[in-house]
Design a protein around this ligand. Structure first.
Ligand code: IMP
Length: 427
């Protein structure tokens, strides 16, 4: 039996991981976020309430789960403290259930300033980041001048580290025509938050290991998606962390032998926020319909998401680099009413047809589509595959056959119960 499950995005993020994690978390004892920071926006619908989580693991909505924030993450203390307070205002307490790795790195105000300056100065070359300071914080981590959570909560350690970071970023800020906050401003801005977070710091890797040893079930929650992964994504239009399932090991502090199952999340279509190649992108009324029906606007930035058809070469790639054991296909209901549903099965490239995602030249590939007949029936009430219209089933069958990965779950609406479970994650 799989006692730990990784939930990983198979596309460019926003696959609906929040809802899937929330559902799987019902059966988990521990939920761990292993990568990224407040660039994520996991939207959950609980009853009539919509909750957007940026840093706190989605398992927090399940009253019994222990939530761990692993060392692969970058934490903005101000965002985290505000998120905990917002959850408390909704009656959801994080106290005693949320543990923060001392090894996780910290996003400070100057990281946010640099991210913003770079994006606004880059013109057409902008990545379209979320401007949350993610890239600069991970750069400091790789540059071995990062501020870790353990430094944040100790003023004696924090001061010299912030001083070193500001000195390192100063020339960049100047070259971009901007100004960094002073040392005192940075220290003062995080002082109160650091005091709150000090009470949450603990060895998350050790805790996860001991829970697994006691036979507990852990859910490792990915953020962003495979095609935004620093190593495997559409570089340089990527985020700066290991979003793939392998990142769950380094980012949560456990070995690969502890991973029981990998659940890959894909929408029944595709979206992307920010710049970068997107072979199946739609620039027409159908793309607009999908955006409207799917509510495809960034949960962090509010930006309209780019929309397109599902891309099987990309999903085959995601299945491979993550070792996906099963798919969760989300937002199938959004396609209801379209006369035709298109599926990209391969790409036409300068050197011929390919079923794989090339490392280069993704901007110039031409998608080859198979057209399926659409369906008009509303899907929200379906609780088994048999209750879906035949044309919707045909789409799912094509995804399964072409990626050689079975479908474990289908989401047919935003609510928790609008879900078809084919195979439970911890089965
Ligand atoms: P960053 O992570 O803010 O540095 O942004 C890098 C790229 O990743 C940009 O294209 C962002 O739009 C994208 N990105 C980052 N986080 C998410 C996410 O949670 N969902 C979708 N796209 C994201």
């Amino acid at each position: 039996m799989a006692s730990s499950v990784v939930v990983v995005g198979a596309q460019w993020g926003d696959e609906g991981k929040g809802k899937v994690v929330d559902l799987v978390a019902e059966h988990a004892d521990v939920v761990v976020r292993y990568a990224g920071g407040p660039n994520a926006g996991h939207t959950l619908v609980v009853g009539d309430q919509k909750v957007i989580l940026r840093l706190v693991p989605s398992g927090i909505l399940q009253p019994h789960t222990l939530c761990l924030m692993g060392e692969g993450m970058v934490i903005d203390p101000l965002v985290l403290v505000a998120e905990i307070a917002a959850l408390e205002a909704k009656g959801i307490s994080a106290r005693g259930r949320l543990l923060l790795s001392p090894r996780a790195h910290v996003i400070l105000p100057h990281h946010v300033v640099i991210d913003g300056l770079r994006e606004s100065g880059a013109g057409a070359k902008a990545i379209g980041t979320t401007k949350r300071g993610i890239g600069p914080a991970y750069e400091d981590k790789a540059g071995r001048r990062g501020v870790r959570v353990l430094d944040l909560v100790d003023p004696a350690l924090l001061r010299p580290r912030v001083e070193a970071q500001l000195a390192a970023w100063e020339p960049t800020a100047k070259a971009l025509g901007g100004e960094l906050p002073s040392l005192i401003v940075v220290l003062e801005s995080v002082r109160a938050a650091a005091e709150v977070l000090a009470g949450l710091v603990g060895d998350t890797s050790e805790r996860l290991d001991s829970e697994l040893r006691r036979g507990k079930r852990a859910l490792l929650e990915g953020a962003q998606g495979t095609l935004l992964d620093l190593d495997h994504g559409t570089y340089p239009y990527v985020t700066s962390s290991s979003a793939v399932a392998g990142g769950a090991c380094t980012g949560a502090g456990i070995g690969p032998s502890r991973i029981g199952r990998v659940l890959g999340i894909t929408k029944a279509y595709a979206t992307r926020v920010g710049a970068g190649p997107f072979p199946t992108e739609l620039h027409d009324a159908t793309g607009e319909t999908i955006r409207t029906n799917g509510g495809e606007f960034g949960s962090v930035t509010g930006r309209p998401r780019r929309t397109g058809w599902i891309d099987l070469p990309a999903l085959r790639f995601a299945a491979r680099v993550n070792g996906v054991d099963g798919w969760a296909v989300t937002k199938l209901d959004v396609l209801t009413g379209l006369p035709v549903v298109r599926v990209c099965t391969e790409y036409e490239t300068a050197s011929g047809l390919t079923r794989n995602l090339p490392a280069d030249d993704l901007a110039s590939v031409k998608p080859v589509f198979r057209d399926l007949e659409g369906w008009q029936e509303s899907l929200g009430g379906a609780r088994s595959l048999a209750e879906l219209p035949a044309n919707a089933r045909a789409l799912l069958a094509l995804i399964e056959a072409e990626t050689e990965v079975p479908i474990d779950l289908v989401s047919v609406g935003p609510k928790r119960d609008e879900t078809i479970i084919v195979r439970p994650a911890f089965a």
